[in-house]
Write a protein that binds this ligand. Structure first.
Ligand SMILES: [Zn+2]
Length: 312
């Protein structure tokens, strides 16, 4: 299996054309025809992760956040971004980013956030365009909105979010209502969706990177919660890893490459086989290769917590 195969698999899930125009997604460093020895997954790439990749025998790092967004005129080691790019090239480590294309699909970053909270009946908060890829229509949109199975008191909801996401603290603007039922979510910087969350009738909007003045936009009608950027997106690494291991479709192909049982619930019903075969065409190919005896490679979660933000 080559870097280009991993790219094709990830892009079947989250096509690059669904990424935002400012973004930088795909294979950012590395030759597409490099054989994969192992994949290391994290939210961000850091200099320490290059050492970790070497120690664990991985030569491809897949992250949610790209190491750089805009054009760079020099790579001279004076900043951490250029050092990471240079070291990755020197050590023959590929860097791959799956960012806003994973934000903007139904089963992406925000689905994991909604599942962590326990939301049901989710829908896009701001529906976007429909893309055609591999002969199928891919709906895109920003954020999700759903409903709690049972309404919760406001304080209980805040405590639930703090615990579920391991937050060092939550900055929030209060709301008049005491009960939370409808909840909007957007991983990372989501305050651009505050008007959409209000229009969707959300009692709470769980997001991150809210600046002072933006907290007023809740109008006192919605808990507007900044739970931390890293905290909100922390499950994205697991999402990528599970997808690459085929755990999201374990019943279809009997077992995951790691031999682990699946935890992905509803998607594993045998009735979804045909649908999943259409949704994950690259994995169908991948598992067929496995059946032919192609060597496996590890897909590991990085042990480095990359969050640069501390709380005191
Ligand atoms: Zn982010």
């Amino acid at each position: 299996m080559l870097f280009s195969d991993i790219a094709a698999a990830l892009e079947a899930l989250a096509p690059p054309q669904t990424a935002e125009s400012y973004d930088n997604v795909g294979l950012l460093v590395g030759l597409p025809r490099t054989p994969v020895r192992g994949v290391l997954v994290n939210l961000d790439v850091t200099e320490a992760m290059l050492d970790e990749a070497v120690a664990k025998g991985c030569n491809l790092i897949v992250t949610h956040h790209p190491i750089w967004f805009t054009g760079r005129k020099r790579l001279n080691g004076e900043d951490y971004v250029s050092r990471i790019i240079m070291e990755a090239v020197k050590r023959d480590i590929g860097l791959y980013a799956c960012h806003t294309n994973l934000d903007n699909i139904r089963e992406g970053v925000n689905r994991r956030i909604a599942d962590t909270i326990g939301l049901v009946d989710t829908a896009f908060l701001r529906p976007g365009r429909t893309f055609q890829a591999d002969g199928r229509a891919i709906l895109t949109g920003s954020g999700l909105v759903g409903t709690l199975p049972e309404p919760m008191g406001k304080q209980a909801f805040l405590a639930h979010i703090k615990r579920a996401f391991g937050c060092g603290g939550i900055r929030y603007a209060d709301a008049a209502q005491e009960t939370i039922s409808r909840v909007a979510v957007c991983g990372g910087a989501g305050s651009f969706l505050t008007p959409d969350a209000l229009a969707a009738g959300a009692d709470a909007f769980v997001t991150a990177d809210i600046s002072y003045h933006k907290f007023f936009d809740g109008e006192g009608r919605m808990l507007l919660m900044d739970i931390g950027h890293h905290e909100s997106e922390q499950f994205t690494s697991e999402l990528i890893r599970a997808y690459l291991l085929g755990e999201a479709c374990a019943d279809v192909w009997e077992k995951s490459p790691a031999g682990n049982s699946t935890q992905s619930g509803e998607k594993n019903s045998p009735g979804n086989k045909e649908e999943l075969s259409k949704t994950f065409p690259n994995f169908a190919r991948y598992f067929r290769r496995r059946a032919a005896g192609e060597p496996l490679f590890p897909v590991l979660l990085s042990e480095i917590r990359t969050n640069p933000v501390r709380y005191c």
